[in-house]
Design a protein around this ligand. Sequence first.
Ligand code: C2E
Ligand code: MG
Ligand code: MG
Ligand code: MG
Length: 279
Amino acid sequence: EVKRSGRGRTLAFDETFAESLRRRFNLSRALSEAIGSDALYVAYQPIVCARTGALLSYEALCRWDHPELGTIRPDEFIRLAEDTDRIVALGNWVLERACTDAVQWRRQGVSAKVAVNVSVKQLTLDTFALHLVSILSRTGLSPTCLEVEVTESVFDDGHIEQVTQTIKHLKALGVNIHIDDFGTGYSSLSRLRHLNVSGIKIDQSFVADLSGQSRVIIESTILIARAFGLTIVAEGVETDDQRETLRTLGVDQLQGYLLGRPQRLSDILGADTLSETAA
Ligand code: C2E
Ligand code: MG
Ligand code: MG
Ligand code: MG
């Protein structure tokens, strides 16, 4: 045993690597088939006003229940979709689904907007704005009821001109853009202002560590974001303490398990509209 341990370890490593490659290969093939099927669906998580608790919007979060492999986490299949360029088909499917669903809940008196995650690969296609227009007109959703969430990586050099152009078009339509997972990348707040972004979502890692150094980062971020007129959303809010602290610091909107888990459309439609908007 001891003598062979070095070689054994290499073997074990190779096995693990081979196994993970196999999984990626299988999932990758399965994902293509899943897009547009019932295996893939969208869950909606509430985003509420920090002051009043009123429901403002639902974030669309993609879910995949594989018939044999079970539930695949978004972190895994979104990454996979990014790597294989299927993210465009997947993302467009989510976008259309989310707009369709938002029209449905709004018809039932739930006046929440919908926030949709859009990958850099989607946003930097020069057809994105046009595609969005066709989805909006097909579904009948008002552009002002749609928010697009993109990560800071859209500001990486290489596609800044395309991104600037696309954001300009979205703004002209009335669609707002929020920067997701803010603080985990390298974008500066002044750059966001130049690009006409309307808000930031402070990453949940900062919210999880409010008693530590994150608090200083959040405080200064809020000060600058406020001065620029940006809407400030905090994600990953799990405790009353976090909610109170964030509210005191001046965060505008809150999202997290404390306020509500991602849920299916049927739960939104089945819910009592009055209790939805209550604190
Ligand atoms: P995200 O956009 O930052 O979404 C927030 C994530 O935090 C979601 O994870 C949500 O379920 C989770 N979350 C919400 N509240 C809490 C909380 O209180 N505590 C904790 N620990 N987590 C909370 P999820 O659904 O697993 O999605 C992960 C990421 O996958 C998303 O992060 C987003 O970047 C990506 N994603 C999901 N759906 C789509 C999609 O349709 N398109 C694209 N491009 N990306 C997507
Ligand atoms: Mg998001
Ligand atoms: Mg986020
Ligand atoms: Mg996140």
